[in-house]
Design a protein around this ligand. Structure first.
Ligand SMILES: Cc1cc2nc3c(=O)[nH]c(=O)nc-3n(C[C@H](O)[C@H](O)[C@H](O)COP(=O)(O)OP(=O)(O)OC[C@H]3O[C@@H](n4cnc5c(N)ncnc54)[C@H](O)[C@@H]3O)c2cc1C
Length: 441
């Protein structure tokens, strides 16, 4: 790495999965002055599970936090895709081949464990400083040096100047809005008309029900599908918690899709939404305490014209928000982080022009791939949510006949899609193409 570039001030907005991984990837590359600004007072991760696909695990291992995460993650061996109403298995997919093929297993974990492992690794680096309870807005300049206002919760605002600004500020990214406005472009919210309940059931809650406890003790992801809705569930936290995530038509947020995206949900409407699903699902939903129903609006944006302006780049959900059906949102944010680490460490000098070109190499390596996966997730949702009719009959035939060969309409479980998603080493690609792409810009 160029000796001068390593000491430039890099500011990161957001300490979500993307922000934490970006700070860590830069510190690992040898950058010495990394400031993270987070509006929340602490890492406030909702109780929910997250899938650790091999493409994510590979990067977490390089970042030095995989061993800590793996300790309490659950290694997935199989998936069962079932009709929501009858509980009949449509297909069974063996996932054991994944570890051997991609060198990492497909695991699932509590979100807090992933975030804490990333945060702990960041805290071990003297190069990273965290500024919690500090909201960033607005961005004043994008180049030659990005400047922005930082507003701490209990003290007056101040202006920050940095050499590189990386906006990991999530699906509602204010930086995305500023960046596109500055470029006279726009990318409005796409209404997905979908929302999700996130539920966690403890071993104590499931113990009286041996057939539900069996799910907690399994190494399986179970998906129950129905018209416009589905449920995906798996054990996390060393099999002590059963994580359930639903997707259903959005009714509660429809009136104000950009105002909020999580809310306390109503247990009555959740039960009503899945009232035609099988008794096993009903029993699990009944166990959720009234006060613990959390509903998320699922919102996305169309592909943005660019992720870069001057020395500012969008990262993670700010750049490529996705529906969760491929379980790749955080994985893609972490790929962004790893690629940023590579391209910025290869930046030949500290000039804004070279920084801008390095960020453009990041965009070149990441944008098309992330957007393909966003589209695959949307496609998978359309297939999973088919109502009665010929298309659904055909889908179910493919489920029944293709499962053994791993050819299934659920893109997440399809072997060819898994090859494309899990077999991609973004770090290797960024390292291999940097010089050529940088020179051509
Ligand atoms: C139902 C559901 C299931 C999912 N399952 C999976 C899965 O299994 N696997 C997977 O890989 N992904 C999954 N995802 C996607 C994943 O959660 C997201 O893609 C990922 O968390 C995005 O990370 P991020 O860092 O870009 O954004 P976020 O995690 O949203 O972080 C953004 C951070 O920026 C902060 N911030 C925002 N604005 C400001 C500001 N102005 N100033 C300071 N700070 C600010 C926020 O407080 C927040 O902490 C799922 C998503 C959903 C909704």
């Amino acid at each position: 790495m160029n000796e001068l570039i390593k000491d430039v001030h890099i500011a990161i907005i957001g300490a979500g999965m993307g922000g934490l991984a970006t700070a860590l990837a830069l510190a690992k590359q040898g950058f010495t002055h990394i400031s993270v600004y987070e509006a929340a007072s602490h890492l406030g991760f909702v109780g929910a599970g997250i899938q650790l696909a091999p493409n994510m695990a590979r990067i977490l291992d390089r970042l030095g936090c995989w061993v800590e995460i793996e300790k309490e993650a659950v290694d997935l061996k199989e998936t069962s895709i079932r009709q929501g109403d009858t509980d009949t298995e449509l297909t069974h997919v063996d996932l054991r081949y994944i570890r051997e093929t991609y060198s990492y297993p497909h695991m699932v974990v509590h979100r807090a464990s992933l975030a804490t492992a990333l945060f702990n690794a960041c805290k071990r680096s003297p190069s990273i400083t965290f500024n919690f309870s500090t909201t960033i807005s607005p961005i004043h300049t994008f180049s030659p040096l990005p400047t922005f206002s930082a507003t701490p919760r209990y003290s007056p605002p101040y202006t920050v100047t940095c050499s590189i600004l990386l906006a990991c500020d999530g699906v509602k990214s204010p930086t995305r809005t500023s960046l596109l406005t500055a470029l006279n472009a726009h990318a409005d919210i796409l209404d997905t008309s979908q929302a999700a309940y996130r539920i966690m059931l403890s071993r104590a809650q499931l113990t009286p029900f041996p057939h539900l406890l069996a799910l907690l003790d399994s190494q399986a992801v179970t998906r129950w599908i129905g018209p416009s809705r589905h449920i995906i569930a798996y054990p996390v936290s060393s099999h002590t918690i059963y994580n359930i995530s639903t997707v259903q038509p959005d009714t509660n947020f429809a009136a104000a899709p950009s105002a909020t995206y999580t809310t306390r949900g109503s247990k009555t409407s959740m039960l009503e939404t899945f009232s035609d699903f099988c008794p096993r699902v009903q029993e699990m939903l009944q166990l959720v305490p009234d006060t613990e129903v959390c509903e998320w609006k699922l919102r996305v944006h169309p592909p943005l014209p660019t992720w870069i302006h001057g020395c500012v780049a969008l990262v993670g959900d700010a750049a490529h928000p996705t529906l969760p059906h491929l379980a790749q949102g955080a994985a893609q944010a972490i790929e962004d982080a790893a690629v940023l680490g590579v391209v910025l460490s290869k930046c030949p000098d500290t000039s804004p022009e070279s920084i801008n070109k390095s960020l453009k190499v990041y965009e070149k390596v990441r944008k098309e791939r992330a957007e393909i996966l966003v589209e695959l997730a949307a496609q998978s949702g359309r297939e999973l949510h088919l109502g009665e009719g010929k298309a659904r009959e055909e889908r179910d035939r493919v489920f029944r006949e293709g499962g053994a060969e791993g050819k299934v309409p659920d893109k997440w479980a399809d072997r060819e899609v898994q090859g494309m998603v899990y077999g991609f080493d973004c770090v290797e690609i960024a390292e291999g193409c940097f010089e050529k792409v940088f020179r051509a810009l």
